[in-house]
Design a protein around this ligand. Structure first.
Ligand code: 13P
Ligand code: SF4
Length: 321
């Protein structure tokens, strides 16, 4: 092994030791999203999708929660766990999807549909959640919408592709969907997806509902090609359940680490190699160490917003598997 690679390994091992020590002495846990870089996933106390992270945070008895993910995930933990200190290692770790709607826009949309129920994807700011009736994640969006009176109009925001998927699965025609998107998932284009499917006809296709290619992928010739639209934890479960040996995965490529680790005998091919979330990848082991050591950066939500955002978030954690 080259000298610099050995040195890098030693630095990483020393960092991991330091983090583990800080975690123990500070009564902290690290929650990592499925898109986090591999070394962070390997070190975390919990790795999962947005819904599982929120539920884990709520049940944790630790004093400090370090969220290795993006800002709305830390905000969600702060809203659900007001008695804990919630930290994010880099305040710049935002989300392009959460940026696609503001609280002012939600208020204006509600004014146009005063009787509608507002369902917000968890990828939103606390201020947007505070104006919502329900929150959901990609794991339970269908279950959340099915829990709402079929006669009531729904405003679904901000993800257009997830909203369209939910409308398709539930067969509801009274859902209005906001035009927002995640630039990473929207970048997974249908052409590269279709090409991969033709190259690997033996593969099962796993598609995240935030993907712009979902509609085209669903129209692929059905002969022998199973296709499932799933959240990231849903993909992990399906990879274990399925008897297929090869999978084409249409989501952020960080998920491949866990898929491969938990299924060493199977092959996972990204639908698009460059589907990398720049915000998720701002988090590093160094920043986690600094975050634990200095107890920074604290994520807090003003009480007036927190109280209102708690209602839709509590509904979210209670609905669905
Ligand atoms: P899930 O892990 O909930 O499927 O979320 C995907 C995502 O884009 C999170 O930012
Ligand atoms: Fe946001 Fe997309 Fe990154 Fe998820 S992958 S955090 S939705 S920008």
């Amino acid at each position: 092994m080259a000298e610099h690679a050995v040195a890098e390994r030693e630095t990483q091992a020393a960092l991991q030791e330091e983090i583990l020590h800080l975690k123990r002495t500070k009564d902290a846990v690290i929650l990592a999203h499925n898109y986090q870089p591999g070394p962070i996933q390997d070190l975390a106390d919990y790795v999962g999708d947005s819904l599982a992270m929120a539920r884990f945070a709520q049940k944790s008895s630790a004093r400090l929660l370090v969220v290795a993910g993006v800002h709305f995930m830390a905000e969600t933990a702060a809203i659900l766990c007001p008695d804990k200190t919630v930290l994010i290692p880099d305040l710049e770790a935002g989300c392009s999807l959460a940026e696609s709607i503001t609280a002012e826009q939600v208020a204006a949309w509600k004014a146009e549909h005063p009787d509608a129920v507002v369902v917000s994807y968890v990828n939103t700011s606390a201020a947007v959640k505070a104006l919502s009736d329900y929150c959901c994640t990609s794991s339970n969006a269908v279950a959340v919408v099915e829990a709402i009176d079929p006669e009531r109009e729904i405003l679904f925001l901000p993800d257009f592709y997830l909203g369209s998927h939910v409308a398709r699965v539930t067969g509801r025609h009274n859902i209005h969907v906001w035009w927002g998107e995640c630039h990473v998932h929207a970048g997974i284009d249908a052409d590269s997806m279709v090409e991969k499917v033709h190259q690997h006809p033996e593969a099962e296709v796993l598609v995240h509902p935030e993907c712009g290619c979902t509609t085209r992928a669903l129209a692929l010739p059905p002969e022998g090609i199973p296709l499932k639209v799933l959240s990231t934890d849903g993909m992990i479960a399906e990879s274990k359940r399925s008897s297929r040996k090869t999978f084409i995965v249409a989501t952020e490529v960080g998920l491949l680490h866990r898929l491969r680790k938990e299924n060493p005998d199977k092959t996972f091919l990204p639908a698009h190699e460059e589907a990398l979330c720049p915000f998720m990848n701002l988090i590093s082991l160094e920043k986690i160490r600094d975050s634990l050591r200095d107890e920074r950066f604290r994520v807090e939500v003003p009480d007036s917003i927190r109280q209102r955002a708690l209602i839709p978030l509590e509904r979210m954690v209670q609905i669905g598997k």
